[in-house]
Design a protein around this ligand. Structure first.
Ligand code: THU
Length: 160
């Protein structure tokens, strides 16, 4: 028997000013995108901004539906749009923010499992790590690849 451990690394920033200029811009886009959220049921407004390797940036926001499972998270809205419009350009960074009661949440909003799985697939497809920036008003977390928010990524198809 062997006990094993998996370590993840991330950087915590106190505020947006500590980010690089390009990360700050993407983080701001994610915060702005929360305004386009359609979330009458949860009233939890999430925004995401994806930067591609050529510098193009696209945004998305969560879209809810009265038939609950028909809605979609902000992260997947943004990533699916990016992949549908620019299929050959790898994704480099995704920034995510959430607001509730009209204010940016204090803690970083962490993506759901389904969104992490989709990030993992685009990371593999693009052939380079996707960084994740989680924006809270009190702190910001940056992960340098999807593996750090989704250890043991499912990639078993075709393997035995
Ligand atoms: N939501 C996101 O947009 N991203 C996530 O990673 C988790 C949750 C949305 C879905 C739903 O509209 C609302 O937040 C409450 O779950």
């Amino acid at each position: 028997m062997n006990h094993k451990e998996i370590h993840i690394r991330y950087t915590e920033y106190e505020n947006m000013q500590e980010l690089s200029a390009e990360d700050r811009e993407l983080a701001s886009m994610a915060v702005e995108a929360t305004v386009n959220s359609y979330a009458p049921y949860s009233e939890f407004h999430v925004g995401a901004a994806v930067r591609l390797t050529d510098g193009t940036a696209v945004t998305g926001a969560n879209q809810e539906n009265i038939a609950y499972p028909s809605g979609l998270c902000a992260e997947r809205t943004a990533m699916f749009y990016a992949a549908a419009k620019y299929p050959d350009i790898p994704m480099e960074t995704i920034a995510i923010a959430a607001s509730s009661h009209g204010e940016l949440c204090r803690e970083p909003a962490t993506p759901c499992g389904a969104c992490r799985q989709v990030m993992a697939e685009y990371q593999t497809r693009g052939g380079k790590p996707i960084s994740i920036i989680l924006v809270g008003s009190r702190k910001i977390w940056k992960f340098s690849c999807v593996d750090d928010i989704l250890p043991l990524i499912f990639d078993s198809l075709g393997k035995d």
